[in-house]
Design a protein around this ligand. Structure first.
Ligand SMILES: [Zn+2]
Length: 271
């Protein structure tokens, strides 16, 4: 599933490509991804409006429109935004909704599993899951991060993935940040020393920044707007490496399940 670095990568690419362009037509091949309003109204709301600005909040993309409304896109498991498709070229098998732009090219929303969510809303700030989002790591200072961990007995990995507590860290980057900080993912958050909390905060921000720099990680269906893969995958230390050698100590990477999510770590390096 795309996480903060992947969605931020898409946001930055779209900034250069579609801001200032008008949507001249909307082609719906499968209306299941349109969550609100109904298909006909969704099309009507978007036709002949200009995309003024793109914002990312957590994993949500928000297109602010000249009409004052917003188109919000949540990629969920397998959503992709692909540009450009030339007018006249056939859509892909997984293309659910296409936006024809004023330059005649199309922006496709592809989604194999149909979990993606497209909405046109008056005030995106009022969406329930937006209101519930905790602050992003980049918006926190170290003391605030320490406070979050201090009194909670929740396992540290589960806690840093809780979007209501701190937003933007998903399973992949939680695994990677904990390895880099040498912390066992199953430890209760309140058992981390002051030094460990500082190191974890630093590594979370570092891993997210590096992942953005390399265009995110292409695991599962994630690709960049151009259709190219994100290059951060080659820097993964533990994620999806069960049974392989730890790059640091040559021990074996283990996989356990924490709160239902695949958790990869090195028991020699992480204490
Ligand atoms: Zn190791």
């Amino acid at each position: 599933m795309p996480e903060l670095p992947e969605v931020e990568t898409i946001k930055r690419e779209l900034d250069k490509i579609i801001v200032g362009k008008k949507i001249t037509d909307i082609i719906v091949n499968n209306a299941k991804v349109i969550r609100e309003p109904k298909k006909e109204k969704f099309i009507k709301e978007l036709k002949n409006v200009t995309i003024k600005k793109i914002i990312r909040k957590g994993k949500l993309l928000i297109f602010e429109l000249s009409s004052g409304k917003a188109l919000t896109i949540h990629l969920k498991m397998t959503g992709q935004l692909i540009y450009p498709r030339q007018g006249g070229a056939s859509p892909g098998r997984a293309t659910r909704v296409s936006f024809k732009l004023s330059n005649g090219k199309l922006l496709d929303f592809n989604d194999t599993r149909l979990f993606g969510e497209l909405r046109v809303v008056d005030h995106w700030q009022n969406l329930k899951f937006i209101k519930e989002l905790g602050p992003e790591p980049f918006d926190l200072i170290i003391d605030e991060f320490k406070e979050i961990l201090k009194n909670r007995r929740t396992k540290v990995k589960v806690l840093i993935m809780d979007q209501k507590v701190i937003s933007g860290i998903g399973n992949l980057y939680a695994n990677e940040a904990l390895f880099r900080a040498k912390i066992d993912p199953g430890r209760p958050a309140n058992t981390l020393s002051d030094k460990e909390r500082e190191l974890l905060f630093k590594e979370i921000k570092l891993v997210l920044r590096q992942a953005i720099k390399y265009g995110g990680s292409s695991v599962d269906d994630y690709v960049r707007v151009s259709g190219k893969k994100g290059n951060y995958t080659k820097f993964h230390q533990v994620y999806d490496r069960k049974g392989e050698d730890c790059f640091k100590c040559k021990g074996k990477i283990q996989r356990i399940s924490l709160a239902g999510r695949g958790t990869y770590f090195c028991s020699k390096c992480q204490k």
